[in-house]
Design a protein around this ligand. Structure first.
Ligand code: NAD
Length: 251
């Protein structure tokens, strides 16, 4: 892992951030790693221990709903026990320091909101929410202790986590909002994502194509690293607070 360069930043990066009217941040599982939540694709990540086709597809749910439900219940418990880290908090602070901000996340853990971020575009849903598998309506309460998979109180269909599984489309309004922000931002921070999952991985290219400065924050290199204007090679929980501390803002 490269060091975060004693956390000194290129003046051109600080100037781009300080002068930006709209800053967008695209976050991935890496920003929550320092909160103790496993990423997907790192060597110790969730996909190294579980098969996605057994757990995160509509067909897996049709085949064995209880197994899928239980895996998500376990992840939901881990998320509930986790706390936002310095990286999440820095992004919440940045939102208050720049004229306009859009936080686009691939994460499903809700830690950005718990850190105080006000406007969060969730591309892949939220693991803390549950919805009816037939009608898609959000269900607020269910009995986790009941045998089997809990059912929708209205139609009786099985409940499922409100996350986007492989083979499923992203929520249209979230994707449109993310695309809108990517095409209008002056700076895009790309934090803790392997930049391999589309369509989210295409957002930095959209931002760059419309003239934005693209900044990657990740201890490891990714397919984006060669394209980004700046690469800050370090953990988000160290790099983001140091970066945001250098940005003067109204509040
Ligand atoms: P990923 O697992 O593919 O990649 C994680 C990236 O984070 C890697 O590039 C890694 O180098 C980087 N990273 C690790 N530690 C870091 C740190 N401390 N600071 C900064 N970067 C760090 O994750 P992804 O790109 O978000 O993949 C997308 C999918 O993963 C999404 O579908 C998302 O829903 C899902 N996911 C979400 C969570 C969560 O909500 N916390 C957890 C696991 C997976």
């Amino acid at each position: 892992m490269s060091t975060p360069a004693a956390l000194s930043f290129d003046p051109a990066l600080l100037s781009a951030l300080s002068g930006a009217r709209l800053v967008a941040a695209l976050t991935g599982a890496g920003i929550s790693a320092e909160s103790g939540i496993s990423t997907f694709r790192d060597p110790d990540g969730l996909w190294a221990r579980f098969d996605p086709h057994e757990l995160a597809t509509p067909s897996a749910f049709a085949r064995d709903p209880k197994r899928v439900w239980d895996w998500y219940a376990w992840r939901r418990e881990r998320v509930a026990a986790a706390q936002p880290n310095a990286g999440h908090l820095a992004l919440a602070q940045l939102e208050r320091r720049v004229p306009a901000f859009a936080l686009i996340t691939q994460n499903v853990d809700g830690l950005h909101q718990r850190a105080g971020s006000r406007i969060v575009i969730e591309l892949h849903g939220n693991i803390t929410r549950v919805k009816c598998s037939r009608e898609g309506t959000t269900v607020e309460r269910w009995d986790e202790t009941a045998p089997g998979v809990p059912r929708c109180p209205v139609c009786g269909a099985l409940l499922r986590p409100d996350v986007v599984w492989f083979e499923e489309p992203l929520p249209e309004s979230a994707l449109a909002a993310a695309q809108h922000a990517a095409e209008r931002c002056d700076v895009m921070l790309v934090v803790g994502t392997s930049a391999e999952v589309y369509p989210a991985a295409a957002l930095p290219a959209s931002a760059k194509a419309t003239g934005a400065t693209v900044v990657e924050i990740n201890p490891n290199s990714t397919p984006l690293s060669g394209e980004a204007d700046f690469v800050l090679a370090g953990p988000a929980g160290q790099v983001l607070p140091a970066l945001v501390a250098r940005i003067r803002g109204p509040r």
